[in-house]
Write a protein that binds this ligand. Structure first.
Ligand code: ATP
Ligand code: MG
Length: 426
């Protein structure tokens, strides 16, 4: 029996989890500005919710699903991504109903599961923050959603991201392009990877998405999808581009970027960044106007993106960005002798009841060890409490940064510690 965590998973320990909370909080605040609200869907879904919507021939569905049959013989899978579950929920809960204000803007954050070969920024349980917007075909939705991601990266301190933009057009444009791509790739078939030879039959656009060297070389001269967009598709893409330009969001066009999932149409995008010479995608998304209909809802245009938390944290670390989150205690109570135990309990509770973060010694240790703890916990102040303090009703409170001390009444600590902090310049 293995008593270690499964391959490709992580324990997020307190120092790390503080960063996670900071990122999550920052995302919540950003999304709120754009009128997004949170949705929480189950960690597991019926296999079919994912398989056909994400695409039967995608890597996610063919190789990476954590699926199993439960005790009731239902085919279940841990969710590998956020969009299909949210669309399933949108339809199941009839959020398309006229009384629900449109567009419906939803965000989620949580674990996703893919059976992948673990490496830096690639895990088997990973975490995504994502958004989905339902009910607007306005190119302004594409532009503002992309701008929201750009604002998030900029304000959180991630530099040097590149926004890669492309359009898959509508179904008609895509069908025309598909044929052109087959005509281009068929003579090159033998030079493609095994996977891409199969992709060429099943879903030729996916060859463009391959990470294999030989495939990348083969597609370099491939026809551009932008040359196959019909008028409607061209207009939409031109509008998105010019809106991004008026918002001052820089982008590059990458006609070989097609995204690994089947449900996209029109605008697709990725934010990439360079980590130690290799390109890493931290956020990816686009328009998926057919998916609500696929799940049995009314035809509904939609747009969304997902970003990988582990990759965000990896890049923040590589770029040396300091996250300005608050840690530390307002007060640490150094306890002298067992006789002070009960008073220490009452005092630390009194501080917490006033809203302060407070800790005490529980272990009857030497003062020196207690002061070390106070430092380790980043305590702003230290209160020393022993029998004589209890008798006199007076305690010494020390500013742990400046070493300044004041003698104050125990009752004041119990009732108005804010005043004590102010006396010490905290
Ligand atoms: P990649 O091409 O890197 O495999 P993908 O196209 O499979 O990415 P998406 O399904 O678009 O990725 O997921 C959106 C984001 O989620 C990615 O840009 C990435 O930041 C993150 N992500 C995807 N798979 C993983 C993983 N296995 N581990 C960590 N993060 C991941
Ligand atoms: Mg992948």
């Amino acid at each position: 029996m293995k008593l270690q965590k499964p391959k490709g998973t992580q324990d997020i320990l307190p120092q790390e989890s503080a960063k996670w909370q900071y990122l999550e909080e920052f995302a919540r605040k950003t999304f709120k500005k754009y009128n997004y609200a949170e949705i929480r869907t189950p960690i597991f879904e019926h296999y079919e919710v994912i398989s056909r919507s994400v695409g039967d021939t995608t890597d996610i569905v063919t190789k990476e699903m954590y699926d199993f049959y439960d005790k009731g013989d239902r085919h279940i899978t841990l969710r590998p991504e956020g969009t299909a579950p949210v669309v399933r929920s949108y339809v199941e809960n009839k959020l398309f109903a006229p009384e629900v204000q449109k567009p419906v803007k939803l965000y989620y954050m949580g674990s996703m599961f893919r059976y992948e070969r673990p490496q830096a920024g690639r895990l088997r349980e990973f975490h995504q923050i994502g958004v989905e917007c339902f009910g607007s075909e306005n190119p302004a939705t594409d532009a503002e959603t992309i701008a929201m991601a750009a604002q998030f990266f900029k304000e959180i301190g991630i530099g040097q991201v590149t926004l890669q933009l492309n359009s898959l057009g509508n179904a008609a444009s895509r069908a025309a392009y598909r044929q052109a791509l087959i005509d281009y790739l068929t003579p090159l078939k033998d030079s493609l990877s095994k996977d891409s030879q199969r992709r060429l039959e099943e879903n030729p656009l996916r060859v463009l998405d391959s990470k294999e060297k030989e495939d990348k070389a083969a597609v370099e001269q491939a026809p551009s999808i932008l040359d196959f967009l019909d008028e409607e598709s061209q207009e939409h893409f031109a509008a998105v581009r010019s809106m991004l330009e008026s918002l001052g969001v820089p982008y590059v066009i990458n006609t070989n970027m097609v995204r690994g999932l089947d449900y996209y149409n029109h605008t697709i995008f990725e934010f990439t960044t360079d980590v130690a010479g290799s390109e890493l995608t931290i956020c990816a998304g686009g328009r998926y106007d057919g998916l609500v209909d696929y799940f049995g809802g009314p035809e509904t245009p939609a747009f969304g993106f997902g970003m990988g938390m582990e990759r965000l944290l990896l890049i923040l670390e590589k770029q040396g960005a300091a996250l300005p989150f608050e840690t530390g205690l307002d007060a640490y109570i150094a306890v002298l002798g067992e006789a002070a135990n009960r008073s220490a309990l009452e005092l630390v509770q009194a501080l917490r009841n006033q809203g302060f973060a407070a800790e005490r010694d529980y272990l009857n240790r030497k003062l020196k060890a207690q002061f070390k703890s106070a430092d380790a916990f980043g305590a702003k102040t230290i209160i020393t409490l022993g029998e004589s303090e209890i008798e006199s009703g007076q305690v010494t409170v020390k500013n742990n940064a400046t070493r300044q001390e004041v003698l104050v009444g125990l009752d004041q600590v119990q009732e108005n510690y804010q005043a004590v902090l102010e006396k010490l310049g905290c």
